[in-house]
Design a protein around this ligand. Structure first.
Ligand SMILES: [Zn+2]
Length: 291
């Protein structure tokens, strides 16, 4: 009897370990049917064998801004579901673009990018004058005025042009999406999840903040809905929940989405943290797909 127990025990161990590994690994491959395509969200660390790559189509859509044409690059997957819109608005944040393309070629979705010669700020001319603005400060009237003032001259006619530009983005892209996912990159040691702690620069803009001290503070989620905050914090990911009532109106997309009740998640990571940002986007997919 003792002999039998001894010989079976290692087998139980192996089966037990396999079960435990499968249950606790957040990136376990899961197969879901989406139309005719089989989509297998898988961690980039895992083997690519068996993953069907979804074809991406690129389209460049020009939008007139004064006498300047701003290009919106649209990368759309051939699979329509899920209806997530990823938005890269700062043209110098390229890790975010690379990470998002990797994700939508596996899971579907659409990425739009604003082109600005590789710069964060967008410049345009109107009546032979040049204006400059931060594209993440143009989604409210107060924000547009502040950002034009901040980077040079302000004129009411320039404000109107920028406002039309933002409205066009909202009408053509934001309004049809189930979830708006902003993808950004930041620089080590500046803006981070710690900026939302009480007493810090954006402490008054956040209702709740969760920080995992064992992770890089530059890699974090910023959300406008408590259900998303709950999902990420329960899984130990850095996350801040915007206080949609008290947040400073700086014209950013999170403020706009908070006011308009559009589901919004910002996936923010440090420049060149490609692996980390891909992982965050995968976690996002895994956590919210059943909502
Ligand atoms: Zn950015």
């Amino acid at each position: 009897m003792k002999k039998i127990t001894n010989s079976i025990f290692p087998l139980f161990c192996v089966i037990g370990c396999l079960l435990i590994t499968n249950c606790s690994t957040p990136d376990s491959s899961k197969i879901e049917n989406s139309g005719s395509s089989q989509i297998i969200p898988t961690s980039s660390a895992q083997s690519n064998i068996g993953i069907k790559k979804i074809e991406l189509k690129e389209e460049v859509v020009p939008i007139k801004l004064g006498e300047t044409e701003i290009k919106v690059v649209v990368n759309k997957s051939s699979v329509a579901f899920p209806v997530y819109l990823y938005f890269n608005m700062h043209d110098n944040e390229n890790t975010a673009v690379e990470a998002t393309k990797e994700i939508i070629s596996k899971n579907g979705g659409t990425l739009i990018e604003l082109q600005a010669d590789g710069q964060r700020l967008i410049k345009f001319s109107l009546n032979k004058k040049q204006y400059t603005f931060d594209p993440n400060r143009i989604f409210t009237d107060i924000g547009i005025k502040k950002t034009l003032d901040n980077y040079g001259d302000y004129a009411p006619e320039a404000q109107k042009e920028v406002s039309n530009f933002a409205n066009k983005l909202a009408k053509d892209y934001f309004q049809n999406s189930k979830l708006l996912v902003a993808v950004h990159n930041n620089t080590e040691g500046n803006y981070s999840i710690k900026s939302y702690e009480k007493g810090q620069e954006f402490g008054n803009d956040a209702k709740l903040v969760f920080i995992n001290p064992n992770t890089d503070a530059d890699d974090f989620f910023f959300v406008t809905e408590e259900k998303f905050y709950k999902l990420f914090s329960e899984k130990n990911y850095n996350v801040a929940l915007q206080d949609n009532e008290k947040v400073t109106d700086d014209g950013s997309l999170s403020v706009y989405c908070g006011y308009k009740k559009i589901s919004y998640i910002n996936v923010e990571s440090e420049h060149n943290h490609l692996k980390e940002q891909v992982k965050m986007l995968e976690v996002l997919q895994d956590l919210i797909k059943n909502l």
